[in-house]
Ligand binder design. Structure first.
Ligand code: ADP
Ligand code: ADP
Length: 225
C-alpha cells in the first residue's frame, strides 16, 4: 500500500468530464511530478486531494485511510498555488502564522514553528515585511513556508514556479527539492514544463486528457530503448 492512493476517481465539472476511474499513487517521502499539457486535469487531481473540489466517485487514501469524507483542513494536506495569494495587509510572519492561529495552536508553539518554516525557505529576517516589499520568488517562498508550517503529511505544488522568471525558477526548484528531501516530505508537483519535471523528481507521471499515460523515473521515461 502506497502512502497516497487515489483509486477509481471520477470527476466532472458539469458536462466536462475530467477523470473517469483513474488511479494514482505516491510513496512515502517521494516527490512525484505530474506532467502534462494544460487542461489535462493536473490541477483538478490536486484539488480533489486537497478537498477544494468534491469528487464524484472513488477514494483517496492517505496512510490507508480514505480522506474523501474528511474536511480539507483536517486532511494533513497543504497546497501551494501558482499565484501565491498572500494576505497583503499581513506581515510575512503573520501570513505564515495564520493557519496555525486558525487551528488555535498555542502562541509559543506558533512562534517556534514560524521561525522553523522561514528558516527552511531561507527568509529568516523577513518577518516584518509586507508582501508588496517582496519579489515574486520571495513571495512564493513565503507561500511555501505557510504550507510547511502546518507540517503536512502531503505537500501539493500546483505549478509553483510558473509565474517566476527563469533564473529564480531554477533556484526555487532546487530549494523545493532540498527541503522536500530534508523533511522526507511526500510531495506531488504539478507542471507542464518537461525540464522542471526532469530535474526535480523521483518519479514522473505523464498525464493526458484525464488519463495517466505512463509513470517512471526520468531515465526510464526519456531514455531511448
Ligand atoms: P490542468 O491543471 O492540467 O491545466 P485542470 O485540472 O485545470 O487542468 O482542468 C481540467 C479540465 O477541467 C479542463 O478542461 C478545464 O477547463 C476544466 N475545469 C477546471 N476547473 C474547472 C471549473 N472550476 N469549472 C469547469 N471546468 C473546469
Ligand atoms: P490551473 O490549470 O492551474 O487550474 P487555470 O487557469 O486552468 O489554472 O484555472 C484557474 C481557475 O479557473 C481554477 O480555479 C479553475 O478551477 C478554474 N477553471 C479552469 N477552467 C475552467 C472552466 N472551463 N470553467 C470554469 N472555471 C474554470
Amino acid at each position: 500500500m502506497s502512502f497516497v492512493n487515489v483509486q477509481g476517481l471520477n470527476k466532472s465539472y458539469g458536462q466536462t468530464l475530467v477523470f473517469r476511474d483513474i488511479d494514482f499513487a505516491a510513496e512515502r517521502g517521494e516527490l512525484v511530478t505530474l506532467l502534462g499539457p494544460s487542461g489535462c486535469g493536473k490541477s483538478t487531481l490536486l484539488r480533489c486531494i486537497a478537498g477544494l473540489t468534491p469528487v464524484d466517485a472513488g477514494s483517496i487514501l492517505i496512510e490507508g485511510k480514505d480522506i474523501v469524507p474528511v474536511a480539507p483542513q483536517k486532511r494533513g494536506v497543504a497546497m501551494v498555488f501558482q499565484s501565491y495569494a498572500l494576505f497583503p495587509n499581513m506581515t510575512v510572519e503573520q501570513n505564515v502564522a495564520f493557519g496555525l492561529k486558525m487551528q488555535k495552536v498555542e502562541a509559543g508553539e506558533v512562534a517556534k514553528r514560524v521561525a522553523e518554516a522561514l528558516a527552511l525557505v531561507e527568509l529568516t529576517g523577513f518577518e516584518a515585511r509586507y508582501p508588496r516589499q517582496l519579489s515574486g520568488g520571495q513571495s512564493q517562498r513565503v507561500a511555501l513556508a505557510r504550507s510547511l508550517v502546518t507540517r503536512p503529511r502531503v505537500l501539493l505544488l500546483d505549478e509553483p514556479l510558473s509565474a517566476l522568471d527563469a533564473r529564480i525558477r531554477k533556484h526555487l526548484r532546487e530549494q523545493i527539492r532540498r527541503i522536500q528531501q530534508e523533511l522526507q516530505l511526500t510531495t506531488i508537483f504539478v507542471t507542464h514544463d518537461q525540464e522542471e519535471a526532469l530535474t526535480v523528481s523521483d518519479r514522473i507521471v505523464l498525464m493526458n486528457q484525464g488519463q495517466i499515460v505512463q509513470s517512471g523515473s526520468a531515465e526510464a521515461l526519456y531514455t531511448a530503448p
